[in-house]
Ligand binder design. Sequence first.
Ligand code: SAH
Length: 251
Amino acid sequence: MRRFFIEQSKITSTKIFITGSDAAHIKKVLRMKSGDRIGLFDGRGFEYEARIENLLAGSVEVSITKCFLSALESPVQIIVAQALLKDKKIDILVRQFTEIGITKLIPFTSIRSVPRPDKKRLSARKKRWRKIAIEALKQCRRSHIIELCETITFNDIIKTYDECDLKIVFWENESKPVGDAVQQVHDRHCRKILAVLGPEGGFSEKEIEDARACGFVTASLGPRILRAETAAVAASTILQYLFGDMGLKKS
Ligand code: SAH
């Protein structure tokens, strides 16, 4: 089935209009007719099956008959809040997070984070990360671009993200294994997770206290101290295994 990209904002009801070069392509090159079926995807992980209703002058009217999450997208949204790291470590993480199926990356600064880039630098970095993310998509065949947020502070993260089923800080001084820390949500419906990972210098006790007060659980990644960039990959993988699509098929 032919697939076309459609902006998610255009999908406001089951009847939608394909415009521009795609409309011309459908009519003039593919010579499709009313009743023919096409596929649509929105770049955000949703796929649609649709039927052509009308071939109009500047557009093609289609009706959506089926909507489903791309088979390559995890059923759980995993948002990783990652403290800024030295050198180009986040560049590599953007690629790895894309492959692991992370939905969103929120870079942040915290008490012990070393890099303090100014706005201009941050914006250049974000552009570079987007490029890396798109490259990574091609390689892993995913259709969902990892959302790259502006850099905020640790405080913003713990105070503003309220609507998650699980909010978890991976803390180097915690002894509770991640499996135990997530017990409370394990058997429940878990659709959205926020995982927070610290900078090379780790978290302060006060930061952990504040996070707990905001409803975060803290978890260990085992008895060894991992490098920040290793911890980020390990934590994302474990969460995707426990709640998403890296583990056994859910019955
Ligand atoms: N400088 C600190 C280590 C920081 S590691 C120290 O020597 O104690 C950087 C980040 O990786 C941590 O803030 C945490 O988010 C994560 N991390 C590393 N090892 C971890 C572990 N064993 N358990 C949980 N998180 C860990």
